[in-house]
Ligand binder design. Sequence first.
Ligand code: SAH
Length: 243
Amino acid sequence: MSRLYAVGIGPGGGGQMTIHAREVLERSAVIVGYPVYVDLIREEFPDKRYLTTPMRRETDRCRMAFEEAKKGSEVAVVCSGDAGIYGMAGLLYEIKVEYPSVELEVIPGVTAASGGAAILGAPLMHDFAVISLSDLMTPREKIERRLRAAAMADFVICLYNPSSQKRAGYLRWACQCVLEYKPADTICGIVRNIGREGETYRILSLEQLKEISVDMFTTVYIGNERTFMREDKMITPRGYANG
Ligand code: SAH
């Protein structure tokens, strides 16, 4: 039976890729992915056949991968972070029904939330909610409901896809929703280019977060009521210190 892998390569590839992911890429003859991700690994695996499609052509990319696997090659579809978190694993499973002769396996990776958390300090030490601000596939009203519910319940909130050219004001809008439930001095953090060249982070208040602009290579963290900043790190207490 031919095999297709959905491989999460970590936020920046390289050292943040798991050993399992690396093994699977080594044994694959063909690597399929969005050009930015393929560029993260091309140097390390120069002898592979690479197939790329532009963004928004996700279905084509998945079919292309299944077609290659059907012909008998081991094929890997690469995603940044974890393939099963806003990645390609779900779509591959949906399309799999058309390719009964191909077996699909998901190889997990370090997702942006945990990669960025390690840079900020320890912001995700307690219950947290991950919310994508992209309304490409989720109506804005539903995103807003989820933001409000998470803020109301005092979850630490981690935002993926906080911005794009078409959604420039979305972070501001999200902060406005959250500010109805969380105080303006809530500790927040942003991390850009996790594990990649030009990695940077900043810790700031919720009020300040509302005023800044970020890009699509950024992950945003909004603390809970006990999150604090110490020596330029964002920390959410687990609770051990006070029993
Ligand atoms: N499958 C990916 C998420 C893809 S959604 C994962 O598990 O991490 C794309 C969003 O993820 C980006 O808009 C950004 O918010 C976040 N992201 C992914 N890689 C990142 C990186 N290297 N640095 C900062 N944010 C990143």
